[in-house]
Design a protein around this ligand. Structure first.
Ligand SMILES: [Zn+2]
Length: 339
């Protein structure tokens, strides 16, 4: 979380200047798929961090940062429509009986936010809430939010509400006028291409054109493209005791090395997250298997393996032998996960 996307460093500097004006409400606006929410989360974590670094980023080490990473920080709220907050697994468990998750931010969520704003911060510092996407608020929600924005804040310490929006024209003008606004940049095409290549995407140009030059949308599309192989891969590494590392390395030969390393990194992210009491982010369908493995592995070994993946990611652009690389990573993984 401590890393912004490369095209966001300028806007991070702009935020640091805006911050001196102690805004109570901030609007992050810009196209879809450029990392606005990730930026908002970095910003929130840095405000809550006990020892931010000199460049303004969260330290990633303090108690506050740990709570934040686990999604349990008492002075932080992420307000999203139910459909974004829910994992796939909840849907499965409830079968067809449950009503469809809401696509709007409902007024009850904003009322809870009002309560949160009026409380004192647990940690004596900031309280931060991110509303994403802000245009998902219906009319009642917007009116309720307006009330919160109109109330004199700061009685119990500092509060910052961050509205993340790619359609700010749908927000009430009275809301907009109470927010300091920060435009999030669409990166230059060359920069997006370079970044996507680093993520192991083969044909970034085509995907960027398809997604209006939004790099995160392009990445999501690339992952869909390779969806079938991805699902098969995840299923196999979900059973490390039965994993045929050599056979799988053989089969993966046609894949970009960076892509496969990225898949393993996502898998390890989920393992680490469940081990720390957080939630799965990438492989909700395999949550039970991830939980089982996470319970067995040693946190230090996992960290060491993640470092091995980071090195592999750097070298993935010019691997000497792709099959050998896959074999070594998968054998290490099997050793880690079936210990
Ligand atoms: Zn910190």
């Amino acid at each position: 979380m401590e890393n912004l996307y490369p095209w966001q460093s300028g806007v991070w500097q702009s935020w640091r200047k805006l911050r001196e004006r102690s805004p109570h409400a901030l609007l992050l606006k810009g196209s879809q798929g450029i990392g606005k929410l990730d930026f908002a989360m970095n910003l929130a974590q840095s405000l809550l961090c006990e020892q931010p670094k000199s460049d303004g980023f969260a330290c990633g080490e303090c108690a506050s940062c740990h709570w934040f990473a686990q999604g349990t920080h008492p002075d932080f709220r992420l307000i999203q429509p139910e459909i974004l907050a829910e994992s796939d697994e909840d849907d499965d468990r409830e079968g067809g009986k449950k009503k469809k998750p809401s696509r709007v931010v409902i007024v009850d969520q904003i009322r809870e936010l009002a309560d949160f704003v009026s409380l004192s911060a647990h940690q004596g510092g900031y309280r931060v809430a991110v509303i994403h996407p802000a245009e998902a608020m219906n009319a009642n929600s917007m009116n309720a939010l307006l009330k919160t924005l109109e109330e004199p804040s700061g009685r119990n310490g500092s509060v910052l509400l961050v509205l993340v929006s790619h359609k700010p024209q749908r927000l009430l003008p009275t809301i907009l006028s109470r927010c300091l606004s920060l435009s999030m940049p669409l990166p230059p095409v060359e920069e997006s291409i370079a970044w996507l290549k680093e993520q192991g995407v083969d044909d970034p140009e085509r995907l960027l054109v398809q997604t209006g030059f939004a790099p995160l949308s392009a990445l999501a599309l690339a992952e869909q493209d390779s969806g079938e192989e991805y699902a098969r891969f995840m299923k196999e590494i979900a059973s490390p005791a039965r994993l045929d590392a050599l056979g799988l390395a053989e089969r993966l030969q046609g894949q970009e090395p960076a892509t496969v390393v990225h898949w393993l990194q996502q898998w390890c992210y989920d393992l680490g997250s469940l081990k720390l009491g957080g939630e799965v982010r990438y492989n909700a369908a395999l949550r039970d298997s991830i939980q089982k493995i996470a319970g067995k592995i040693n946190a230090y070994d996992l960290l060491r393996y993640q470092r091995e993946l980071m090195v592999a990611r750097r070298e993935a652009a010019h691997p000497l032998n792709t099959k050998l690389l896959f074999e070594s990573l998968l054998l290490s993984y099997r050793q880690l996960a079936s210990a």
